[in-house]
Design a protein around this ligand. Structure first.
Ligand code: FES
Length: 92
């Protein structure tokens, strides 16, 4: 069995989280980048020089295009697992 916590009927539990002030729902323990993609949100940070929108690309913690702010630190959204009440912000 994978890392997702499952309810007795086999469906992954849904949790609520906030990204950049917007409330979303996703599957408990799902990577934040995946949960946001599933919700149609692809803009995770702004490229620092030109300010162009960036989003998840490699999905394995290498490209840094998915970096968001979580608990005051920059973290890769593809490696951050969501939970009920998670709050993250778009990185500048
Ligand atoms: S998508 Fe490349 S580091 Fe997250």
């Amino acid at each position: 069995m994978g890392q997702e916590r499952q309810e007795s009927d086999g469906a992954a539990r849904q949790v609520g989280f906030v990204f950049d002030g917007t409330h979303y729902r996703g599957r408990d323990n799902q990577p934040l980048a995946i949960a946001l993609l599933a919700a149609g949100q692809r803009h995770l940070r702004d490229e620092p020089v030109r300010g162009e929108p960036r989003g998840a690309f490699c999905m394995m913690g290498i490209c840094q295009d998915c970096v968001v702010i979580f608990e005051g630190r920059k973290v890769e959204a593809c490696r951050l697992r969501i939970f009920e009440g998670l709050v993250a912000e778009r990185a500048p």
